[in-house]
Each structure stands twice: as structure tokens, then as C-alpha cells.
Design a protein around this ligand. Structure first.
Ligand SMILES: *[C@@H]1O[C@H](CO)[C@@H](O)[C@H](O)[C@H]1NC(C)=O
Length: 968
């Protein structure tokens, strides 16, 4: 959450002192472009782009200054280790760049390039800096949790020109490392899929001392001119040693140190991922031209006010992981660098007559990555399916957290619920209007003057009473806690932060002070293990007075947002634990704070082991392990509603699928039909929260009035009844990284027409195909069907079939939602106030028959709360309908807690089975066989375009047991 146009009076006075802020506090309706750098305003971005331009201009005559020393290359235990020499002048001087190419057991490869001089600390820092001299090499420590085992089975062969490594499953992968110029081709089944330095844009800015050049003298005569061959080409040093932006100067103690590399995907037309950006899922070209961007995609976590919906501008989170896709092939790269990063994308019509790439794959996507500092450290995933790539990436960075069940239900938030009575009143009204919700949220105003871990005594004097009322319906409270700690006398938390020296430092090693919500603040440095320990201690129930076990946490502003800092964040020369410059770690910063809070919620009380829920705004690769993200401060506009799905899809592609956007739009007051449509869309966000700015009118669903309140309630009920399906999808994501809402190319990697579709998607493996309305006054939508299967309208069983676009009615009260034939969808149909109250409710199974009259589905259930599922306390069933029989089969793995859990679930059964698309022959049936017994069945004839359906009532089978129901 960001600035109010009428900031609370407590800091308006202080604000006046900060002239830099004046432009930010004025109400406006567009992003403040001038607050964030364009590529041209970023030194290393301009330098790397200029380098690329030079290479392109030189064409064939471009001399790549990087080559591997052939003799240096050793193969040891799955790694090629050697040295790249960079020629730095015409005199033959070189710089040594150690390179390690690791081949992992998982089939992924990793290329790491460092710089020897910096590695050994043989450099001088300017300005008496106390910063570290090495290139930042700890990104792995935060991002990677596994999957680094080196392969034992790769085969290497070398000659004077190249080294070739065969690796991966059945040695189908191959890396060809060319020495001069340096480059690597990654192949699968003998076809090149990924090329490093193919265009010669690799750039490692080596360390050099600053040489103060004498001012150029007027040349005195012809004879004084130096012979031309002595002159080295002039380099543009203007941004090497310092640069300024928006009144802030960044003195760079280490000089220029960016790393860049071009990565080409031959034959690949689409690239996805690299969140967070607002724009289409299929990433655009970035070097100008019709409909393209002019700037590269930027990754530099920032608090961007009123961001626009189609832009490569940076936003709050950064995951430098990209997937490239062509017909029946997906590959990926993960650029593991935590510094400011930009990515240029260019697509070229290729003339690969030599390559047999197949029809429709004639476009190459050329990408160019560069970061301000750190290593070249890139992982390459060779697929071949999107699921393979996501799985391999997740083996390294972890899979999405399996959240508590309440966390995937509906969250009611606004800035702010103003008193504990207000919260209790909203809670009562939701009940009065029979609107389900699980969580109510508190933004910053609940605190005593923005001091976290306190409650405003005047407005939230009885937090425990409020928490107790919520708990009576199994509801939760989420309160915001940010990383800025108010610099205020008599605030014990800041006293401890200072005395224990756990805050981020400025370049001189003193505690850094900046401005945020509380005014003058310090920032806890969660790169410091001691700071994490301390942070954990603050959440103990006896320390965070007025908290209870149904209180969870929201981490905002963790980019970090610093109101008076450059680009609204910290100076790049601030120092973190270990004296790493903020520059080196910026994009990881938010994740370390999110992690500290996650760890804290694990340990609030001895023996209390429940899954934490922490929402974060800032994130990096790996944040998916820790909770949910949302897309920040969007606007109450149709365009923002439409922008959300592509963003959420790209986040899922990049391994962080627990994502959502503020329902209703954060800024501004949505029209009622926009609000209604937004709830219908939100019911399909993995993270589903309504939220609003402090200046907006109240918009709790019951305030909308009819028909809106009723329609919104229907959308919420739909989410609640499908919670078993959503939870099953979350489980799947938590074990293999498959996105929770899935773009078409994930399910149909061969269907070229649908690769770029980002306004409709599948929910998990359920076969539910949704296209919520995101445009004004729509009466229908066109849903693209990827195959010739039967598709049924979820609500009235209207049947659609035939590949291509179908018109599906979508009046305001209707969400365009189809069931693909061949699936079995688990539901719970009894309306309740919260998901917690549904725990023991019976299930409904919906069977959507395909043309072959078969269907399959899965259900995953656990206690939705603890970690007992890790000891086998869960139910995982496969349902299959074929040849007139429905079978429930156990697909779980037993553990020591299984039996006890199954016993507790014995009384949870199935109350109803709905079969859609049943043959006419079923018309005479009135019962089905359930084991040795029977259950009643009703047949409902089809009607024109609507499929016939049947319903089995009370089959009396338990959800956790094997059974067969015979319809024959
Ligand atoms: C999270 O915190 C734990 C516990 O202190 C620490 O070991 C781990 O390195 C941290 N991870 C991240 C991503 O911050």
C-alpha cells in the first residue's frame, strides 16, 4: 500500500520538510514515470545496450573479446572448470574470469562466471568504502534449497576448439562449449534449444582503477599528434564512477561492474515469465517498433505508485526466470542475480534452413540480460514440457508453500478497519448477509503511531476480544507488519534494533535512517541471522501483546520502500550483513524479510506447529516457499482488472502461483458492475482478497445493494464450494510446481493458436476452463476450446464442442466457466460462514463425461492447518469413471500419522454425485449399486443444447476409503 493523497496528519508536518516528497503526495492518476529510471537513465543499462548496438552495427566483423583458455578446462565430478580471458585492449592485456559449468543430477545445467581479481579481493575501493570487494556470490544461499547434486553420468569430450558434454535423462541433452569466441549451445535430441553469447553481447565489466585523465590540451602542432595505432578506443566513462538520478547520487566504490549475456532461443516464438510486470503473458519485444516496448523489462523491486497496465517498468517483485515455448517444446533459464537487472527481447524471423525445426517455428527469440553487479550465474532447463521446466526450477528454488486452507478462501481487507468494534461489525454484517469470508485484515492504522507490535490504545484497545469473536466462526485476522521500524524514543523495539545492531547500515557503517509510514525509520536487516532470530522473538505471544493464534501477518513495503530514497528505495551503497552493498542484494531483500516473518509464525509458542500465512509484496525466486503475493496497488479500472490475469499467470509460470490482485482495485471507487465483475474474477485468483485505499468509499460486499450483493455472494459461494478442487491444485503446485491457474500452453504444448492466450485458463488439473469477464458491459465472451472434447457450462450444462472459439453468454450474473469432458471435480456444496466450518462437511463429486463416457479426477485433503500431512495425515484419492463404474482409489503414501487421520475423517462422506453428459439410456435408471447396497439416482433429460445429467443422492461412501459405484 502506498501514499494517501491526504496523508495522515501525524506525518504531514514532517513531510513538509522533505521537498523531494512533495511531488509524491499530490493526488494523481498516473504512474510517476519521473520517479523511476528508464534504461537511458541507468548507467549500466545504457552501457550494455550501447555495447549490443555496437555489436549489431559491426555485424560479421564484431570481435568478441572473451575466450576460454583451452588448457584451463578441467572436468571434475560433473563440472567443467576453467578460465575465460577477456581482452581489454589492443596491447594484449587480459582479465581472468573463472568459469564453472555444472551439470546437475536433475538434468539442469548451471553456468557461473566470476572475476578473479575481485574474487581474491585484489582491488581497491574508492571513497574509503568498507563494502565487500567480491562480486556478490550469496544469491544461492537465499534462493536455492536443493537440486544442486552434480551428475555422475555425464560424458565429456574435448578437442582444441570445444568441449562437449552429454548429460541429462538418457544423455539426451548436450552442451557444446566453444572456446573462441566463448559461447555455449545447449541441445536436446541434437537440436539447439538455447545459445549463450551467440550474438557476442557478453560483457563482464572488469575492475579497473579510476584514472584521472589529464585535461586534453590544445594540440600545439601537427607533429605533436600521437600515432593513431597507440590510441585505445575511447570508452564512455561518464557513468562508471558515479551517477545521479532524481537528486540522489550513487558513488560507486567498485566502479563499473555489470554483467551481461545474450541468450537466444532458436525457433522459439514465445517467452514467458520474469515477473513482476504489468503486460501480456507472452512477453513483448523491447527494442521499439510497432506495438513493442522501447525499454527492456526491468527487475528492480520498487514501490511503484499507480502503475500502468502495459509496461516493462519494474514493479514490486523480481523473478529472473523465463520459459521459452514453441510447438511441443519448452525450455527455460534462471538468471540468478539479485542486483538491478534488465532484459531486452527481440524476435527475428530466422533463416534456419539447416535446422529442421518444423513448421511454424521460424522465429528466434533473442534475449539480452544484464545486471548491475554480481556474477553471471545462469541455470538452463531443457524441458521438453512446461511441467518439466517448472519442476526442475522448483527443485532448485522450492515449490509453493501448501497454505492453510483458510488462506485460499476469501479475505476481506481495507485500509483501514478503524477500530476493533468496526472489525466486529463487519464480521457480524457478513454473517447477517450470509456472505462467506475467512479473514479480515488490518492495515497500518491499527498500530500505535505506526509502531509495529503495538495496538492503538484508542481504537484497538481490545484486540483479544476482536480475535475471539472472529475465532468463534474459525475466522482469522491478518495484521500488517513492515520492515521499517519507527525511530522514536521510548519504542522498545527500535531500542533493541539499535542496541543489538541489527539494522541496515549506510555506506559508512552507521545505522541507516530514512522515511516511511512512521516518519524517520530504520530497517531491520534480515540478511543477518541474528536479526532473523530477534525478529522471531518479537512474535511470541507474550512479546506481541494482544496477538493470538488466529492472527497472521502481512509484509508490505519490503522492496524496501523508502519515501525519501532514490527510486523510493534504499541508496545502493547501503550495507547489509557481511558488508554487502544494497546494490548487490536489492531484489532478494524483500524475501529475507518475508522469510523472517514466516520463521516467526512457525515459532510463536513451543509445540504450536501450524503453517504460517504471510502475504508479501516484494519477492524473489524462492519466495513461493513462504506464502502469497499480491500485485500491489492497482486501480479501480477495467484495464487493471484485465491486467491482473496475465500477471498472475506469469507469476505462476515463474514458480510463484499463490498470487492475486486487489479485488475492486486499490485506488479509486469502482462502479458496481466493475466491483461485481472483479469478485467474479477474484474467485479465480489463487489468492483472493478484496482491498481498498483509505480514501475510497466503503465497499464490503453487502454495501453494494441488489442485484450486486447477491451476485458477489454467488461468486464467493462458488469459490467456497470449489475449495476442495483449489486445495488439490495447491497440493499439486506444492509437490511439482505446476501453476494453480494454468495457461493453455501448459496443458496443450502443441496448440500454437493458444500459446499467447492469457485471459482464460485452467484451474489446476480439474478441467475447469474459466474466462471471467474483464471488460465493461460484456454480454458474452469468446472462449477458445483447445480440442474436440465436450465442454459443459458449469452452471447449466450447455454443451460446446469443436476446436476454436465459442460464444458463451456472460450477463452480469454469470461467470463464463466450462467443465472439460473427462474430469471429476470435488466440491462442498453446503453454504457456511467460513472454510473452517466446512471441515466436516460431506463432498459432492461432479463428473463431466467426455465423448468416450469416461472421466478422471483427484482430491487431496488434510487438516488444512498443521504439518501433519508430512507424516502422512492426508487423503489423496484418484477417482475414475469408466465402463459405467466410478472407482475411488488411494494414491497416498502412508506415514505414521495416516491411520489416526483417516479415523478422524471416517464420518466425512460423499453426499451427492452429479454426472453431466449422461447417455439417454440412463433415463430409466433409478438407482446405482454401491458395494452390496444401493443409492437413488435421478435422471434429468437434456434440453436442446444442454446436456442430460443425473444425480446420485446419499451414496454413503466415505471420502477416505476405497469404493466402487456401479451405474451399469
Ligand atoms: C530463512 O530463515 C532461516 C532461519 O533463520 C534461515 O536459515 C534461512 O537462510 C532464511 N532463508 C531466506 C530465504 O531468507
Amino acid at each position: 500500500m502506498r501514499f494517501s493523497s491526504s496523508p495522515s496528519s501525524s506525518w504531514t508536518a514532517s513531510l513538509a520538510l522533505l521537498s523531494a516528497l512533495s511531488s509524491l503526495s499530490t493526488p494523481a492518476n498516473a504512474v510517476k514515470y519521473e520517479n523511476f529510471k528508464t534504461c537511458a537513465q541507468s548507467g549500466f543499462c545504457s552501457r550494455n545496450r550501447a555495447y549490443a548496438d555496437k555489436a549489431v552495427a559491426a555485424g560479421q566483423s564484431w570481435e568478441v573479446p572473451y575466450q576460454i583458455v583451452p588448457d584451463s578446462l578441467d572436468w571434475k565430478d560433473g563440472q567443467l572448470i576453467g578460465t575465460i580471458l577477456k581482452s581489454i585492449n589492443t596491447k594484449g592485456d587480459t582479465v581472468r574470469l573463472p568459469i564453472t559449468i555444472s551439470f546437475l543430477e536433475s538434468g539442469s545445467a548451471r553456468v557461473t562466471i566470476d572475476e578473479e581479481k575481485r574474487q581474491k579481493g585484489e582491488i581497491d575501493l574508492r571513497h574509503n568504502s568498507i563494502a565487500r570487494k567480491e562480486r556478490y556470490n550469496e544469491a544461492e544461499k537465499w534462493a536455492i534449497v536443493g537440486g544442486l547434486e552434480l551428475t555422475k553420468s555425464a560424458e565429456v569430450s574435448k578437442d582444441g576448439k570445444r568441449a562437449t558434454v552429454k548429460y541429462g535423462p538418457e544423455a539426451k541433452f548436450e552442451a557444446v562449449v566453444t572456446y573462441a569466441p566463448f559461447g555455449i549451445d545447449f541441445k536436446r535430441d541434437d537440436v539447439t534449444q538455447v545459445k549463450f553469447n551467440d550474438r557476442g553481447l557478453m560483457n563482464v565489466e572488469h575492475w579497473r582503477p579510476k584514472v584521472d585523465k589529464p585535461k586534453k590540451e590544445e594540440s600545439e602542432g601537427e607533429g605533436d599528434q600521437k600515432p593513431i595505432q597507440d590510441a585505445e578506443p575511447e570508452e564512455d566513462e561518464s557513468t562508471w564512477w558515479e551517477e545521479s538520478f532524481g537528486g540522489h547520487t550513487d558513488p560507486k566504490a567498485r566502479g563499473p561492474e555489470s554483467v551481461g549475456l545474450d541468450i537466444t532461443f532458436p525457433g522459439y516464438e514465445h517467452v514467458f515469465g520474469i515477473p513482476e510486470h504489468a503486460g501480456p503473458m507472452s512477453l513483448k519485444q523491447t527494442r521499439g517498433g510497432d506495438g513493442n516496448y522501447n525499454d527492456p523489462y526491468r527487475l528492480y523491486n520498487a514501490d511503484v505508485f499507480e502503475y500502468i497496465v502495459d509496461s516493462p517498468m519494474t514493479l514490486y517483485g523480481a523473478i529472473p526466470f523465463m520459459q521459452a515455448h514453441r510447438k511441443d517444446s519448452t525450455v527455460g533459464v534462471f538468471w540468478m542475480n539479485a542486483a538491478e537487472t534488465w532484459i531486452d527481447i527481440v524476435k527475428t524471423k530466422a533463416s534456419h534452413s539447416a535446422l529442421s525445426l518444423g513448421i511454424g517455428s521460424k522465429t528466434d527469440t533473442q534475449t539480452h540480460w544484464f545486471s548491475e553487479s554480481g556474477l553471471v550465474d545462469v541455470f538452463v532447463f531443457l524441458g521438453p514440457t512446461p511441467k518439466d521446466v517448472t519442476k526442475a526450477y522448483g527443485e532448485l528454488t522450492g515449490y509453493t508453500q501448501l497454505p492453510q486452507e483458510f488462506a485460499i478462501a476469501y479475505h476481506q481487507c481495507r485500509w483501514n478497519y478503524v477500530t476493533d468494534e468496526d472489525v466486529k461489525d463487519v464480521d457480524r454484517k457478513m454473517d447477517k448477509y450470509s456472505i462467506p469470508y475467512d479473514v479480515i485484515w488490518l492495515d497500518i492504522e491499527y498500530t500505535d503511531e505506526k509502531k509495529y507490535f503495538t495496538w492503538d490504545p484508542n481504537t484497538f484497545g481490545n484486540s483479544l476480544g476482536m480475535l475471539k469473536q472472529l475465532d468463534s466462526a474459525e475466522r482469522k485476522l491478518v495484521a500488517i507488519i513492515d520492515p521499517h521500524i519507527k525511530n522514536d524514543d521510548g519504542y522498545p523495539i527500535v531500542d533493541e534494533l539499535k542496541s543489538k545492531d541489527l539494522a541496515v547500515h549506510n555506506k559508512d557503517g552507521q545505522i541507516y535512517e530514512g522515511w516511511c509510514w512512521p516518519g524517520s525509520s530504520h530497517w531491520v536487516d534480515c540478511f543477518n541471522p541474528e536479526a532473523i532470530k530477534w525478529w522471531i522473538s518479537l512474535f511470541k505471544y507474550d512479546k506481541f501483546k494482544g496477538s493470538a493464534d488466529n492472527l497472521f501477518i502481512w509484509n508490505d513495503m519490503n522492496e524496501p520502500s523508502v519515501f525519501n530514497g532514490p527510486e523510493t528505495t534504499m541508496p545502493k551503497d547501503n550495507l547489509h550483513h557481511g558488508n554487502w552493498e544494497h546494490r548487490d542484494v536489492h531484489n532478494i531483500n524483500g524475501m529475507t524479510f518475508h522469510n523472517a516473518t514466516y520463521q516467526a509464525l512457525l515459532e510463536r509458542k513451543k509445540g504450536e506447529l501450524r503453517r504460517p500465512f504471510v502475504l508479501t509484496r516484494s519477492y524473489y525466486a524462492g519466495s513461493q516457499r513462504l506464502g502469497a503475493m499480491w500485485t500491489g496497488d492497482n486501480e479501480a479500472k477495467w484495464e487493471a482488472l484485465a491486467a491482473a490475469f496475465p500477471m498472475i499467470l506469469n507469476n505462476g509460470i515463474a514458480g510463484f502461483p499463490f498470487a492475486g490482485a486487489d479485488v475492486g482495485g486499490f485506488f479509486g471507487n469502482p462502479e458496481k458492475d466493475l466491483l461485481t465483475r472483479w469478485y467474479q474474477a477474484g474467485a479465480f485468483y489463487p489468492f483472493f482478497r478484496g482491498h481498498a485505499h483509505i480514501d475510497t468509499r466503503r465497499r464490503e460486499p453487502y454495501l453494494a445493494g441488489e442485484p450486486y450483493t447477491g451476485i458477489i455472494t454467488q461468486a464467493l459461494r462458488l469459490r467456497y464450494s470449489l475449495l476442495p478442487a483449489w486445495y488439490t491444485a495447491f497440493h499439486e503446485a506444492s509437490v511439482d510446481g505446476t501453476p494453480i491457474i494454468r495457461p493453455h500452453y501448459f496443458e496443450y504444448p502443441g496448440d500454437e493458436a493458444a500459446f499467447a492466450i492469457d485471459d482464460q485458463f485452467f484451474v489446476g488439473s480439474t478441467g475447469l476452463l474459466a474466462k471471467p469477464v474483464v471488460t465493461e458491459k460484456a454480454e458474452s465472451v469468446e472462449i477458445y476450446l483447445p480440442d474436440n472434447e465436450l465442454y459443459y457450462d458449469y452452471f447449466d450444462y450447455t454443451t460446446y464442442t469443436g476446436q476454436g472459439k465459442k460464444t458463451v453468454p456472460a450477463p452480469l450474473e454469470k461467470i463464463p466457466l466450462l467443465m472439460q469432458g473427462g474430469h471429476i471435480i470435488p466440491r462442498k456444496d453446503r453454504p457456511r460462514r467460513s472454510s473452517g466450518l466446512m471441515k466436516w462437511d460431506p463432498y459432492t463429486l461432479v463428473i463431466a463425461l467426455n465423448k468416450a463416457e469416461t472421466a478422471k479426477g483427484e482430491l487431496y485433503v488434510d487438516d488444512g492447518e498443521t504439518f501433519d500431512y508430512q507424516n502422512g495425515a492426508y487423503i489423496h484419492r484418484a477417482f475414475e469413471f469408466a465402463a459405467g463404474e466410478l472407482v475411488s482409489k488411494d494414491i497416498s503414501t502412508k506415514g505414521k500419522a495416516t491411520d489416526k487421520y483417516l479415523k478422524s475423517m471416517k464420518r466425512v462422506g460423499i453426499e451427492k454425485i452429479v454426472i453431466v453428459g449422461v447417455p439417454k439410456a440412463w433415463a430409466d435408471k433409478t438407482s446405482v449399486k454401491v458395494g452390496s447396497g444401493e443409492a437413488m439416482m435421478e435422471y434429468h433429460a437434456g434440453d436442446g443444447s444442454k446436456a442430460a445429467w443425473a444425480v446420485v443422492k446419499g451414496p454413503k461412501v466415505a471420502i477416505g476409503e476405497d469404493w466402487t459405484i456401479s451405474f451399469a
